[in-house]
Design a protein around this ligand. Structure first.
Ligand code: GLU
Length: 512
């Protein structure tokens, strides 16, 4: 048995879409489960599509998600270099071998000649395909005399090596997710494999050569590469590498939340969710939001992604990375697209937030408090923070929500919501509310929710006052509006002195 070796092979053409992260994740899970290797290879042979910063972005995204390569760019390994632009010297010989063996040929057509051929076909209502039907009419090493070819090859004009797609042949393929796939070559073209102009291979040649040299056993990639599979099969055959050819698995698309089609950045912008793991600023300055910056936990994001296309076959939804490694299987990856649900992404984050310890959450809250000018110092401050976090974590989706939920546990309100004030701060409620406040102030039992809470309610009830109205009056004083945490909770956290200050403050501002 060969050692399992899989690779994630992104092209640095922009930020990594969450679908790309899912591809990396499935490769990683597959490798780890089989005790094999997960390789990161950067496919940057298309210099026109290269975007500065994209490679760093890919690496940082994988790191944030905990998808750590065993080999590859940034790590090294026995097959280094793993960046295809640094492997350029390797590919030419392979392209030439294919020509020598009759599986490929040199093509000398200029861009204008190709354009003319295209136009000529279009004027007849057909689309131009460079293949068995047309190559005889083009300028290539199959049609030109050998001498002329030699001259053209030695010259500086931009010739290419094209694959000689066999005519009317059925290619039978096997996909680990889709089963048997058959394609007739008559719909396929003679793809360019290598370009003299930049002395670089195209994706197809570099991808096959590298997968072979890097001893890849399974290729797990997005569905958009399925149309390339016949060519890839034929290339393995042409090189005589059929016996060690990897097995292929094409993952279903991630679909937009509503309607049909691929999940795009535009959907995210429209509906207010990120489609990228991290924030990205394009070289032109366009900003795309990221899960990390939006406050998602990486393990929540990874868990959510794992279930977009893979079905564990049980009701279980929460999986740690270790559990994913042991449970994941390609057999349980669906054939049809997986609809992304932004609400479900939030649900995952809420679940993970609840699973975090109060200490972890308190630590994550400290920088947010600092932004609001609030420092946490000493064991007392830390204790207070832990209590706050324990109280509010059930109400939050993100750590950033903590401030909105509980800011008044750190600073006193300076004004009062007009509508709520008009509703609650009324003569008939003010008297009872102030007496209730007096009760709180004089309460002699322990300042704990379960002690002061029931006692206060009992006091209000005994006096026959409307519970809701009195409580809302007090809440207005403590939070500045009619909603928020329970009065007993707030009193216990801010203390009696601060409670008294806030009661006095509302009286002097709104009157008694
Ligand atoms: N470079 C290709 C991409 O950007 C890789 C496709 C493959 O995995 O074969 O997705």
């Amino acid at each position: 048995m060969r050692r399992t070796r899989v690779r994630f092979a992104p092209s640095p053409t922009g930020p990594l879409h969450m679908g790309g992260v899912r591809t990396a994740l499935y490769n990683y899970l597959y490798a780890k489960q089989k005790g094999g290797d997960f390789i990161l290879r950067i496919e940057d042979t298309d210099s026109h599509r290269f975007v500065p910063g994209a490679e760093e972005y890919i690496m940082e995204s994988l790191k944030w998600c905990g998808i750590i390569p065993d080999e590859g760019v940034g790590v090294g390994g026995p097959h280094a270099p793993y960046r295809q632009s640094e492997r350029r010297d390797i590919y030419r010989a392979y392209a030439e071998q294919l020509v020598k063996d009759g599986f490929a040929y040199y093509a000398f057509d200029t861009p204008e000649e190709l354009e003319n051929a295209r136009k000529a076909e279009e004027s007849e209502g057909r689309t131009f395909i460079y293949n068995a039907g047309t190559r005889a009419a083009m300028r290539n090493s199959l049609t030109l005399p050998a001498e002329e070819c030699e001259k053209l090859l030695a010259g500086t004009t931009g010739w290419t090596v094209r694959f000689k797609m066999p005519e009317d042949t059925v290619v039978q393929m096997e996909d680990l997710i889709r089963g048997k796939v058959e394609v007739n070559t008559s719909t396929l073209d003679d793809k360019v494999l290598w370009k003299r102009a930049d002395e670089l291979p195209t994706y197809h040649l570099a991808n096959i050569v590298d997968d072979h040299l890097m001893e890849i056993t399974e290729v797990i990639r997005g569905e958009e590469w399925l149309p390339s599979l016949p060519l890839h099969y034929l290339l393995y055959k042409a090189f005589g590498w059929e016996d060690s050819m990897p097995r292929f698995a094409h993952l279903p698309l991630l679909l937009k939340p509503v309607g049909n089609g691929k999940l795009s950045k535009r959907d995210g912008d429209k509906m207010g969710f990120p489609v990228f793991p991290l924030k990205w600023v394009s070289p032109e300055g366009e900003v795309s939001r990221g899960y990390r910056e939006d406050g998602y936990f990486p393990d929540a994001f990874v868990n959510m992604l794992a279930l977009l296309g893979w079905n564990p076959g049980t009701e279980q939804e929460i999986f740690s990375m270790d559990q994913l490694v042991s449970e994941f299987s390609l057999e349980k990856v669906g054939k049809s697209g997986a609809k992304f649900n932004p609400e479900k992404a939030k649900w995952f984050n809420r679940e993970y937030l609840r699973m975090r310890s109060d200490k972890q959450l308190a630590e994550a809250f400290v920088p947010i408090l600092a932004k609001h000018g609030i420092g946490v110092s000493g064991p007392e401050g830390e204790q207070h923070l832990l209590k706050v976090v324990a109280l509010i974590k059930e109400r939050a989706t993100f750590v950033a929500d903590f401030w909105d939920i509980a800011w008044y546990l750190f600073v006193a309100p300076t004004d009062y919501d007009e509508k709520d004030a008009a509703k609650f701060w009324k003569e008939e409620n003010i008297g009872p509310a102030l007496q209730a406040a007096e009760f709180v102030r004089n309460f002699e039992g322990p300042l704990e929710k379960d002690s002061i809470g029931p006692a206060l309610e009992e006091y209000i009830r005994e006096n026959g006052w409307p519970m809701g109205k009195v409580m809302n009056c007090l809440r207005l004083a403590l939070t500045g509006c009619g909603s928020g945490l329970g009065i007993a909770d707030i009193v216990c956290l801010i203390g009696k002195d601060e409670f008294t200050r806030r009661i006095d403050a509302i009286c002097s501002k709104l009157g008694k």
